[in-house]
Design a protein around this ligand. Structure first.
Ligand SMILES: Nc1ncnc2c1ncn2[C@@H]1O[C@H](COP(=O)(O)OP(=O)(O)OP(=O)(O)O)[C@@H](O)[C@H]1O
Ligand SMILES: [Mg+2]
Length: 399
């Protein structure tokens, strides 16, 4: 099933039985009343408007399993932080209900939700030492002194800052401060941790290192994480599933590989990874396949993923590594002529820009083999692909 509905559900869904209904686009549909389900977090028909006029979150239905690492990914302003704020309790939902562990929480104040949080700008208390910062959520919970000490040390060790308890935040690097923030969100053993662009302020190397650390902490603690980022590689690296947001709507909810290999619509195809697009009109449909007449006249066989009726416009999506150069007989379902414009040597493969079907921005990743050693700008080549690697999707609004 494209876009992974049931097959996209993470394997850490416990309690055995079935999970919430899913709509055709893979987004979980909230059950009535939130009872009788296995979702640990459930957004059921949640809407949010700040101004009473426009919705920045539109009828959000999303089930998150216990122990899952779910990432909300999307462009700026798509509603990710708003969703996290509603889950944390800092923003009320305009409509709909949010459930945590089966209980409706719309009327539960933030501090009673027992949710750990990490934000982009660490927000540690500057006048407290690192250890005091970590002890804070424990003291609020009136935990005994010995236990507080033990937990603080354990949390610091977890983020490899065991020796830094006596320092103040200002005496730490950005990455170390962010680790303290992660430790503080986890120190009271919350069942759910929300992270909003927690690594956004760090440089690339540190960000990648912290991605692995957070991922390992998640695996070791078996805590449920809802993570927000607009960095797709971060989302692909860390998540069990990714909810791709655009304009307050989940466009697709699926594991990383599914999103890349089987985008449900043109937004996801273009937002995740590199995408070659061709535009045309649906000429015929036969089962799961279809035939599309390109605007330049060529006929292309594709998978009918998200198309209208015959005669309607469609965008074809092809990943650069799925396109073959001079394919042998029987290797492909569609063959079109092209001309090599530019080669970029990348060691194991050659990124090749090709003019084809009226476009000059078609990218093909050609394996660095002797077979293609003769490729040069100006060469005429044949391009080919298999039907299943060419996805016929909705036409983007701006085309
Ligand atoms: N407190 C607020 N009052 C009014 N409008 C708001 C408020 N917070 C967010 N918005 C608006 O709601 C929409 C969604 O914002 P949100 O912060 O959820 O986006 P986001 O996906 O987190 O974006 P980013 O990647 O930039 O952080 C935006 O149009 C934003 O301007
Ligand atoms: Mg945000």
């Amino acid at each position: 099933m494209p876009g992974g509905a049931r097959d996209a559900l993470p394997d850490m869904v416990d309690e055995g039985s079935d999970v919430a209904e899913t709509s055709s686009d893979g987004v979980a549909v909230g059950g009535a009343g939130g009872a009788n389900d296995n979702a640990f977090v459930r957004f059921a028909e949640v809407q949010k408007s700040y101004d009473g006029i426009s919705l920045v979150v539109k009828s959000l239905n999303l089930d998150i399993a216990k122990g899952e690492f779910l990432t909300m990914l999307g462009p700026s302003g798509s509603g990710k932080t708003t969703c996290l704020m509603m889950l944390a309790g800092f923003e009320p939902a305009t409509y709909g209900e949010i459930y945590l562990d089966g209980q409706p929480i719309n009327n539960v104040p933030p501090h009673k939700r027992d949710i750990g949080m990490v934000f982009q700008n660490y927000a540690l208390f500057p006048h407290m030492t690192v250890a005091e910062n970590l002890a804070f959520p424990l003291n609020v919970r009136r935990m005994g002194k010995a236990e507080v000490q033990e937990r603080v040390q354990r949390a610091l060790d977890m983020v490899q800052l065991g020796a830094f308890g006596g320092r103040r935040p200002a005496q730490l690097s950005g990455g170390q401060q962010q680790r303290v923030a992660v430790a503080r969100a986890l120190v009271f053993d919350p069942k759910l941790v929300l992270m909003d662009e927690p690594l956004g302020a760090l440089d690339k190397q540190l960000r990648e290192q912290m991605q692995y650390e957070i991922k390992h902490i998640h695996e070791n603690l078996e805590v449920t994480v809802v993570y927000v980022t607009h960095d797709q590689s971060e989302a692909l690296t860390m998540s069990n599933r990714i909810a791709v947001f655009n304009d307050g709507v989940i466009q697709q909810l699926a594991p990383p590989a599914d999103l890349y290999e089987r985008p449900d619509n043109s937004f996801v195809a273009q937002f995740i990874g590199e995408n070659n697009k061709l535009t045309g009109t649906l000429a015929a449909r036969n089962g799961t396949g279809c035939e599309v007449t390109l605007d330049t006249g060529e006929s292309v066989k594709a998978l009918a993923v998200n198309t209208g009726a015959v005669g309607e416009r469609t965008m074809l999506s092809l990943r650069p590594e799925r396109v073959m150069v001079d394919p042998g007989e029987g290797q492909c379902d569609t063959r079109v002529p092209g001309r090599v414009e530019e080669l970029i040597y990348l060691g194991d493969h050659i990124r090749t820009r090709i003019s084809v079907c009226g476009r000059d921005d078609f990218i093909v990743k050609v394996p660095n083999s002797t077979e293609h050693a003769g490729l040069a700008p100006g060469n005429d080549v044949a391009l080919g692909w298999r039907l299943e690697d060419c996805r016929a999707l909705d036409m983007p609004a701006n085309e």
